[in-house]
Structure formats: structure tokens, C-alpha cells
Design a protein around this ligand. Structure first.
Ligand code: AMP
Length: 309
């Protein structure tokens, strides 16, 4: 296995100003693994679902080379369920309902062939579960990326800090970076967070793009201005999956290549927003991604000659 991810595999109910769906497949690990599968065949998924999770979706994932040995199916139980509503400014949303269901039983034992993967993506989950997955990896992966959310900062800060101390890249949104660091300035926030352990910090800013910080450099990738944003659910996870998949494919962890991975992640995230749930990700092919990466290049390409005095 090249890349292992742990996170939710779920059903979502989503309301946006432009539409509503009652029950679509979602979950952080679903988006991460689908996005990564465009770049590598060796994606292993660690999660748990109930008997209600569609066999059809699991088969579609398998067809894309995603290994589901790490996905437990619990008989007689229901999958994780999340309901959310987006405001007109789709960078903000309210959680209307969270039913943990099978997630309460998630106590992952990694299949043997997952343990030596070079890339590990810890999706947003209880930091105790993230830690348990990381501990089972041997040798330590070459690259560990982690997502989290305010809920864990409020309820399990110490455990969360212990996991953060052991990852290479933390990828969170701007509000989360501010909360975790207690700093409003994202530059100061990045310094504080990198002092907690990670070598890099990725700050996701929704439709305003993403920032990549290292100790002495910063890179900004815009989000592609889309004509229609239908549903941003999963964009952050799709970004992370594309980012990781590209790193796993290229094996190059230089800052220059991390920049490319950020663009690839942003390109994938832009597709994710064009339909509800995972629908759009299932429609696209590698060539669509390549074309969109080219649009990013053009979006930020400019030539300037500074005016002399
Ligand atoms: P994103 O929009 O990238 O933050 O991810 C959205 C996905 O995260 C949805 O498909 C949900 O099923 C899942 N999700 C929502 N709340 C949680 C939670 N508390 N823990 C883990 N996953 C969640």
C-alpha cells in the first residue's frame, strides 16, 4: 500500500442556497481516497460503515483501485450521518445534525499491508483514533498529513496536540489555525503551529484558496473562480486527497513540489464543488484535472516590469 487514509465514510444531508439533498455518500475518507486514486493505485482506506452503506459505492471505489480491507462493515448498524446547511457565503456552514452511529465503534486495527505505507493521511476524527493509526505504522511513513477541526480543539486539546507533534503537515482552515494558535495573523499562527511539531502548515481558505507555510517560505494558491458552486462539502478533504496522491505519485517532498501538490489539490477541490457529494469526482478523468491545472497556471500568470524612478 502506498497511501493510507483514516476518516469518516458517511451519509450527508446538505442544504445550500442552490439546492438540497437528503442522503448522499460523503465522509472525509471517501473524498480523500477518491481524490488520491487519480494518482495512485495503492490507496488503503481505514474506516467503519453500517450495513446501510451502498455496496455500489464500495464497488466503485474498488474499481478505482481503493483497497477496502481496512473498511469495517458492521452488521445491523447505521453509518455515520452528518447534516449541514451553507449560508449564502458558502465559506460558512452550520452543522444541523451529527449521528455518530458506527463511529462510536471505530477502533482501527490496520491490515498488515497498510502498516508500511509511505504516506498517511489522518482525516478529521477523534485524535485518539488518529494516534492509534499512526502508532501502528512501521516504519514511520515518509509523510504524515493531518486534518482536524474546532470540535477537537474544544474537547480533546491535549490528545490533539500530541498527534500534531508527530505529523509533517497540518492542513486546516483559517478559523481553525487561528483557534489553535490564539493568533489572528496567519503568519504568526503558522509560526506557533509549526513550533508544535509540523514542518509545514497548510491553511485552507475555501473560495479564497490555500496557503502553504514552511519556516522561511510561504506560497499561495488561489481557488479557481467557478461559475457555479453547488456544494462545497468535501472540498477540503478532496484537496487533501489530491495533494497526498500527487506527493505519493511523484515521491518528491521539496517545497517546489509541495507547491505543485497544492495546485493539484485545489484543482480537484474545484471539481468537487460543482455537484453535490462525490458526484462530480466520479465523472472526471485525469485529462480534466490536467486541463484545470493549466487554468490555474493561467489564472496567476502575469508579467510585470517595475517602473523605474
Ligand atoms: P469538509 O467539507 O471537507 O470539511 O468535509 C465534509 C465531510 O466531513 C462530510 O462528508 C461529513 O460526512 C464529514 N464530517 C462532518 N462532520 C464530521 C465530524 N465531526 N467528524 C468527521 N467527519 C465529519
Amino acid at each position: 500500500m502506498q497511501l493510507v487514509t483514516v476518516g469518516t465514510v458517511a451519509f450527508d444531508r446538505i442544504e445550500t442556497p442552490f439546492g438540497k439533498v437528503d442522503k448522499v455518500v460523503g465522509g472525509a475518507a471517501t473524498y480523500i481516497s477518491l481524490a488520491a486514486s487519480f494518482f495512485t493505485d495503492g490507496v488503503g482506506l481505514v474506516s467503519v460503515v453500517g450495513e446501510d452503506f451502498p455496496e455500489e459505492t464500495m464497488n466503485e471505489m474498488r474499481r478505482r483501485g481503493i483497497d477496502l480491507k481496512g473498511l469495517e462493515v458492521l452488521k445491523g448498524k447505521e453509518s455515520f450521518f452528518w447534516a449541514g446547511r451553507y449560508h449564502y457565503d458558502m465559506n460558512s456552514r452550520d452543522t444541523l445534525e451529527t449521528r455518530l452511529n458506527v463511529l462510536l465503534d471505530l477502533d482501527p486495527e490496520l491490515p498488515e499491508e497498510y502498516r508500511s505505507a509511505q504516506y498517511l493521511m489522518l482525516g478529521n476524527l477523534d485524535p485518539a483514533v488518529q494516534a492509534k493509526v499512526l502508532e501502528q505504522m512501521s516504519p514511520r511513513p515518509a509523510m504524515v498529513v493531518m486534518d482536524t477541526m474546532n470540535f477537537w480543539m474544544d474537547s480533546a486539546l491535549e490528545k490533539l496536540e500530541n498527534v500534531i507533534a508527530n505529523v509533517d503537515i497540518l492542513a486546516i482552515n483559517d478559523a481553525e489555525a487561528r483557534q489553535l494558535s490564539g493568533e489572528h495573523s496567519l503568519v504568526k499562527a503558522a509560526k506557533k503551529i509549526m513550533a508544535m511539531g509540523p514542518t509545514y502548515l497548510v491553511v485552507k481558505k475555501g473560495e479564497h484558496g490555500a496557503l502553504l507555510f514552511s519556516d522561511d517560505r510561504v506560497f499561495f494558491a488561489p481557488a479557481l473562480p467557478l461559475e457555479d458552486i453547488v456544494d462545497p462539502t468535501g472540498a477540503g478533504d478532496t484537496f487533501a486527497g489530491g495533494f497526498m496522491g500527487f506527493l505519493a505519485r511523484t515521491g518528491d517532498h521539496s517545497f517546489e513540489n509541495l507547491k505543485r501538490a497544492i495546485i493539484v489539490g485545489s484543482a480537484l477541490a474545484s471539481f468537487c464543488c460543482e455537484r453535490f457529494g462525490i458526484e462530480r469526482l466520479l465523472q472526471i478523468e485525469r485529462e480534466d484535472i490536467d486541463r484545470r491545472v493549466q487554468e490555474f497556471i493561467e489564472l496567476v500568470d502575469f508579467d510585470i516590469e517595475l517602473v523605474a524612478d
